[in-house]
Design a protein around this ligand. Structure first.
Ligand code: SF4
Ligand code: SF4
Length: 205
């Protein structure tokens, strides 16, 4: 058997004195480095429900489900972290820049992958006439805030943003059999119903 080289012997002596260079986990808790990309977490306060994170997710592990029958109607985001590749695109492209973050949580082992879900729910705004989804309430308010006075060009944004400040009362009930007309323009409407109301007003169509 060959004698060990002197350099290797020196390394062995140093390791004995200094201790191992590898992470001592599980003897001591592992502390990830600052830029580590771990479990994805939503912030209920900072997420506006725009859906950009789901659009850019390369592994398509974020699903968006609109429940229009619940009271109030809700949009639910579910992120399946068992299928996540921790690329960070959701955080990088988040509209508010803080709605979703990759945390330093790394110990994600589980026995049942169906429970590996991080979720957030945001209230939806529906068209007052056809009940189709316009968007998440927080998203529309976020847009209205950034538009400032320009939001007064859009009745839906006026009603939502001014309603938030208590300046607008509850909508008056409308006869569902009556065709859309001028009186409906100051309602929360989806683009199709708004177009129908404006065209009827302009052209009588
Ligand atoms: S605000 Fe950010 S986290 Fe929330 S839905 Fe939009 S992109 Fe996703
Ligand atoms: S880190 Fe990447 S794969 Fe994981 S949820 Fe975000 S975008 Fe999708």
């Amino acid at each position: 058997m060959k004698k060990p080289k002197l350099r290797e012997l020196g390394e062995a002596v140093k390791a004995l004195v200094r201790g191992p260079a590898t992470d001592p986990f599980p003897a001591r808790p592992h502390v990830p480095f600052p830029s580590f990309r771990g479990k994805v977490k939503y912030s209920k306060d900072d997420c506006i429900g725009c859906g950009a994170c789901a659009e850019v997710c390369p592994s398509q592990c974020i699903t968006v489900t609109d429940d229009v029958s619940s009271d109030p109607p809700m949009r639910r985001f579910e992120q399946y972290w068992a299928a996540c590749i921790f690329c960070g695109q959701c955080q990088l492209n988040c509209t508010t820049e803080k709605g979703v973050r990759l945390t330093s949580e790394w110990d994600l082992a589980c026995f049942d992958r169906t429970g590996c879900i991080e979720s957030v729910e945001k209230p939806l705004v529906l068209c007052e006439v056809c009940r189709s989804v316009i968007g998440c309430r927080d998203h529309l308010l976020w847009v209205a805030e950034r538009l400032g006075a320009k939001r007064y060009a859009n009745p839906t944004l006026i009603l939502l943003a001014d309603g938030e400040m208590g300046l607008v009362g509850a909508p008056t009930p409308r006869d569902p059999d009556r065709p859309l007309d001028r009186g409906d323009t100051l309602r929360v409407l989806c683009p199709s119903c708004r177009r129908a109301a404006v065209l009827r007003e302009a052209w009588g169509a």
